[in-house]
Write a protein that binds this ligand. Structure first.
Ligand code: NAI
Ligand code: PYR
Ligand code: MG
Length: 370
């Protein structure tokens, strides 16, 4: 198959869809790979490194899209990219369609088939192509919170870990999955006082075992969230209902109970955010303030550490991308885990939670592929 990788164009997005190492794997499997010039500069991979790995370099995104049967990216396609997609083309990338009706309509209009990294599943009920970036974003969330807590940044002027004799920051993590666990690990390492809230009791049990008493766990009710948000210096939003818009768990009235200069980091912003007051921001201008509370809501946090993130993501995407390149749409239809990634099939929305969140027609895959 002809596989193409354009340079990412979202603001401050420095990751790349295929690393030179991944290109070697595709080429070794008999595929042709086309890379847009400078696509790898953010990870220190020059065009020459891609040529050595067996790729051809072209001068524009247009040439990549025209010459490829499958496009491998990182971030959801931007408007100029929807316009280049076409029928019978496979798009393999993050999509986060639920909060993004314009993109959904753009993809449907193109007639392409789009496999979303964030809903591809595995045999253990996990999301293997979301997990590596959730690990990165969870860890970065505590760095972002630490930066925003600084006085000159508008924060309370609090050091996350405190010092001997002075209390540390109190951090509430709403959602104890991959993001929440990795945020808690970083926060625990710094010495913060941490509570993780989740709706899944098995998950809370697992966290209790993992942290051996170092973090408190709480079942996530309205009352529990209200109490924890009130007491917190930092709240991390890390819930997910796969494919769907994030539930709004922290309301504006809960927020107004927080101390001035407290910080929220809404990692779930790529699914619309779990705070009522969240709106997406970029690495260029990552924070804003509502009711005296600093909001950090960057939708592509891992893009700030592209070297770590591109390699971690390529490790996970490689077997699935190769399956698509080897067998085309048959791979997506026959492997239940890749099939779970099918958000758009030949222009129709085939992921129920996405269609329901958008209020657009849902076509079961059996029907769309018939
Ligand atoms: N902003 C960014 O750059 C990035 C954002 N993300 C996003 O972070 C979010 C979390 O991802 P993961 O941790 O991988 O998901 P996950 O599926 O591992 O964890 C989500 C957790 O939320 C819990 N949950 C669901 N509904 C809840 C509720 N009402 N109250 C409390 N807990 C609830 C689930 O039980 C689960 O434990 C996703 O939206 C993901 O797309 C991930 C990576 C980067
Ligand atoms: C998960 C996601 O949206 C990202 O890594 O940018
Ligand atoms: Mg987005």
């Amino acid at each position: 198959m002809k596989v193409g990788v354009p340079k990412e164009i979202k603001t401050h997005e420095y990751r790349v869809g295929l690393t030179p190492g991944a290109v070697r794997e595709y080429v070794a499997a008999g595929h042709t790979v086309v890379i847009e010039t400078d696509a790898g500069v953010g990870i220190g991979a020059a065009d020459q490194d891609y040529r050595k790995a067996g790729a051809a370099i072209v001068g524009s995104a247009h040439e990549v899209f025209v010459s490829s049967e499958m496009i491998v990216k990182i971030k959801e396609p931007q408007p100029s990219e929807w316009a280049l997609l076409r029928e019978n083309q496979i798009l393999f990338t993050y999509l986060h369609l639920a909060p993004d009706p314009e993109q959904a309509k753009g993809l449907m209009k193109s007639g392409c088939t789009a496999v979303a990294y964030e809903t591809v599943s595995d045999a253990r009920g996990g999301l293997p192509l979301l997990a590596p970036m959730s690990e990165v974003a969870g860890r970065l969330a505590i760095e972002a919170a630490g930066a925003a807590l600084k006085r000159y940044a508008g924060g309370r002027g609090l050091l996350i870990g405190g010092v001997p004799g002075v209390q540390p920051a109190r951090i509430a993590v709403v959602g104890g999955g991959v993001v929440g666990t990795h945020a808690a690990r970083m926060a625990a390492g710094l010495g913060a006082e941490i509570t993780i809230l989740d709706r899944s009791i098995p998950r809370l049990r697992k966290l209790d075992e993992l942290f051996e008493g170092r973090v408190r766990t709480r079942f996530s009710t309205i009352e529990a969230v209200e109490e924890e948000v009130f007491a917190a210096d930092v709240v991390i939003g890390a819930v997910l209902v796969p494919g769907a818009s994030a539930p709004k768990i922290v309301t504006r009235s809960m927020l107004s109970s927080m101390r001035k200069g407290s910080v929220i980091v809404d990692v779930a912003i790529d699914q619309g955010g779990c705070f009522e007051t969240s709106r997406p921001t970029t690495h260029a201008d990552p924070t804003y303030e509502v009711d005296g509370v600093i909001h950090y809501c960057v939708a592509n946090m891992p893009g700030a550490v592209p070297l770590t993130s591109s390699h971690a993501l390529n490790n996970a995407t490689l077997p699935f991308g190769l399956a698509l390149a080897n067998r085309g749409l048959a791979a997506a239809l026959e492997d239940p885990h890749l099939r779970a990634g099918l958000n758009v099939y030949r222009g129709r929305l085939t992921y129920r939670a996405v269609a329901e969140s958008l209020g657009l027609p849902f076509a079961p895959i059996e029907q769309a592929a018939a």
